[in-house]
Design a protein around this ligand. Structure first.
Ligand code: ADP
Ligand code: MG
Length: 320
């Protein structure tokens, strides 16, 4: 598969200010040296506990937040080097779907207005063409075209997320970063929206970076999965390899929480000790060592690099 986008050593540090003078006294290392490649047509699932930097990573990739360091290479260009204007043509191809379908739609605008807005911003096509495109896309996401004259509050959570998806599709994007697109929805609706995203991917040859906080959500939609812990990638592998044999003790713990369809198979649930440490003050060595059942002396001192231990299977752990 051809490479679509490369993330190289990406970092985003937020300054922590304190005191009367608001001096910078430290940094929250929300994303700390993350690298991966997205291939055309694939769907990379990104999981990890709340606060581990998933949203920050998604937004820095799209340059909605400027990275502290590192590169995002798309179309042979480092997006971080581009000015706002130079970035504009790429914004069409790189779209985002947000977690909260309530907050991400302007409640005072009609659906038609919300969905056609990207075309107006980019000054694309005539009013009539925009309308035709909107009708086509509404139908694709499973919404009646008559809904165009209504307001967001008239819709259920699942329908609103479909509206958000329609808006993201209006500019024929190549890559969609979906930041926990189903987390706010009822379980019964989650599967419908996931199926829709999967159908759309096939139809429009989309590439996804799909963010979720647990492994069960990304299982069906992903071709590869990355597991993040405190701003870093702990493990990155093709889906089947990861679900069959998770290598990182953190991935193993997350995996033990995924329900098994067969009730005769009992899986030992690994309960992680303690809370996620603060990303402002991460533990020394391997950031996971404070909660790891396999912790060795070296883990407290030396940070493990992400290395390929089986074909295409990367893990950052001293056990390997
Ligand atoms: P996730 O999406 O995995 O829950 P986030 O990317 O939202 O994680 O956050 C990662 C870390 O960065 C958290 O500790 C969060 O508090 C911090 N953070 C996120 N946004 C900001 C910001 N604008 N300013 C300061 N800290 C932030
Ligand atoms: Mg988030």
């Amino acid at each position: 598969m051809a490479e679509l986008l490369q993330v190289r050593n990406l970092k985003k540090y937020y300054p922590v200010k304190s005191g009367v003078l608001q001096r910078t006294t430290g940094y929250v290392k929300a994303v700390d040296d993350v690298s991966f490649t997205l291939h055309e047509g694939e769907s990379l699932g990104l999981v990890g506990e709340s606060g581990c930097g998933k949203s920050t990573l998604g937004r820095t990739v799209l340059q909605l937040i400027k990275p502290t360091a590192g590169e995002v290479v798309y179309d042979d260009k480092n997006l971080s080097d581009l000015s706002f204007r130079e970035m504009k043509p790429y914004r069409k191809e790189l779209q985002m779907i947000f977690q909260d379908p309530y907050a991400s739609l302007n409640s005072r605008k009609k659906i038609s207005n919300i969905v056609t807005e990207p075309l107006r911003i980019h000054k694309i096509s005539t009013i009539k063409e925009r309308e035709e495109k909107m009708e086509e896309i509404l139908e694709k996401v499973g919404l009646n075209r008559a809904f165009a004259d209504r307001y967001p509050h008239e819709f259920s959570g699942g329908q609103r997320q479909r509206i958000g998806i329609a808006r993201a599709l209006m500019l024929n994007p190549k890559l969609i970063i979906a930041d926990e697109p189903v987390s706010a929805l009822d379980v019964s609706i989650q599967a419908q929206v996931l199926n829709l995203l999967q159908d759309l991917q096939e139809e429009f040859n989309l590439t996804y970076l799909f963010i979720a906080h647990d492994l069960s959500v990304v299982k069906h939609i992903s071709t590869r999965v990355g597991v993040m812990y405190l701003g870093r990638m702990a493990e990155l592998a093709p889906k089947n390899a990861l679900y069959k044999e998770p290598l990182h003790p953190y991935t193993q713990a997350l995996m033990s929480a995924v329900p098994v369809p067969n009730p005769l198979i009992k899986r030992e649930r690994i309960i992680l000790k303690g809370d996620v440490p603060s990303p402002q003050n991460p533990p020394s060595g391997c950031a996971f060592h404070t909660r790891c059942s396999a912790c060795m002396a070296i883990c407290k001192e030396q940070r493990p690099e992400l290395k390929e231990v089986q074909k295409d299977h990367f893990v950052a752990c001293h056990l390997y």
